[in-house]
Write a protein that binds this ligand. Structure first.
Ligand SMILES: Cc1ncc(COP(=O)(O)O)c(C=O)c1O
Length: 380
């Protein structure tokens, strides 16, 4: 909070000082032993966060780059690719697959909900891959049936590619146990690191498809990235070294806390947000069973302008929240419940929201909202 702002966006999120400080360490060469040691530790700790014994690679790019890299490596022109579409980020995956020439079958799902296994099952025959956004950041809905979707995809011999950009490290996602073939996340969300890196886990089945693809991209060639890691613990091209320092620290923090405890902390904070919002008389955008623990999306009352509300929260209280995207634009605010989230951020954000609504003429039960949140946080 060094600039006085609390970053309650659905990414980037607040970053512990320890992680920020790591970025100011002196640079090192990326072909020397210091980098190799750093890189190896990052990969080992990333495997822990992904709950995988398989390969994890770190790319110098944002989450979108990681998702595009997965698709461009694993998918070839003419491949059938199934994408349940329930928000902006699933639309983007579908578009990314179309751009490599895939035959994309979109399964439309009502925004505010997420795909059920039976909605997708019929589309999978002959598919090369099923691409799922695990947490639709544009709506705040989590694909709670992801494990079942993975099972169905396995039965159909399709790969499962999961965009977990806004959730990995903040909710349950055992990559190996569920059988996710390629899982992608970004550094700036639940890992509580600055933006600029993407992390991908890759299964043996995915490698088979990737190796067989003669049209892999040059810069984001995963086979080459794996060879560089396996043979010398390096990256093919110059990595963003200060961000690697930050990621190293962020992943150490995850290990110190323990993944289970971290997920439980996100759950508790999400429950507190939803309880507080309900007591304010506000309605979350997603239906109850799909509500995300990492992105809290809530409808703004019709007598309040979303942008005026965001401005009031920022200018009067220094709290940043996001507006909607696509169909949710102008309807909702989205609050990040990510990474370093604790009771403190939940209560400050709810206070700023309640006070801003009141100052814009929409009175809420401030005390009741905060009490409801405190109860969920175990503070009352
Ligand atoms: C689900 C999801 N996928 C992809 C992205 C894109 O990530 P980036 O903005 O880091 O490219 C985001 C960012 O919010 C996201 O939430």
């Amino acid at each position: 909070m060094a600039n006085g702002l609390l970053i309650m966006l659905p990414g980037p999120t607040n970053v512990p000082d320890r992680v920020l400080r790591a970025m100011s360490k002196p640079l090192i060469g990326h072909r020397g032993p210091e980098f190799r040691e750093l890189h190896e530790r990052i990969i080992e700790n990333a495997r822990y966060a992904f709950q995988t014994e398989g390969d994890v690679l770190v790319l110098t790019c944002s989450g979108t780059g990681g998702v595009a890299c997965a698709i461009e490596n694993a998918i070839t022109p003419g491949d059938k690719v199934v994408v349940p579409v329930f928000g902006v980020f699933s639309e983007r995956i579908a578009e990314t697959a179309r751009r490599v020439g895939a035959d994309v079958v979109e399964v439309p799902i009502r925004w505010g909900s997420a795909p059920r296994a039976e909605q997708v099952a019929g589309a999978l025959e002959g598919a090369k891959a099923l691409c799922v956004v695990y947490n639709e950041t544009s709506t705040g809905a989590t694909a709670r049936e992801l494990a079942k979707l993975c099972e169905l995809a396995k039965e159909a011999e399709a790969l499962v590619i999961v965009d977990a950009v806004s959730i990995l490290g903040g909710d349950e996602l055992p990559v190996d146990k569920w059988g996710v073939d390629i899982c992608i996340t970004g550094s700036q969300k639940c890992l509580a690191c600055p933006p600029g890196l993407a992390l991908l886990s890759i299964s043996e089945d995915a490698w088979e498809a990737i190796r067989a693809n003669p049209r892999r991209p040059f810069y984001f060639d995963l086979v080459r990235a794996r060879e560089f890691y396996e043979e010398r613990r390096e990256t093919p091209f110059t990595p963003a070294i200060p961000l690697f320092y930050a990621l190293d620290e962020a992943l150490k923090i995850i290990r110190e806390e323990g993944l289970e405890a971290r997920i439980e902390r996100h759950r508790t904070c999400a429950r507190a947000f939803y309880a507080g919002l309900a007591a304010f008389g506000l309605e979350p955008y997603p239906e109850p069973e799909w509500r995300s623990n990492t992105v809290i999306t809530v409808r703004v009352p019709s007598d309040v302008d979303v942008e005026a509300l965001r401005r009031a929260m920022k200018e009067q209280y220094g709290v940043l929240v996001a507006g909607g995207m696509g169909k949710t634009k102008g309807l909702v605010i989205r609050i990040g419940c990510m990474g370093a989230i604790t009771a403190r951020e939940v209560l400050i954000t709810l206070s700023a929201l309640g006070a801003s609504l009141s100052s814009l003429g929409h009175e809420v039960e401030m005390g009741e909202g905060l009490e409801a949140a405190r109860r969920e946080l175990g503070l009352a």
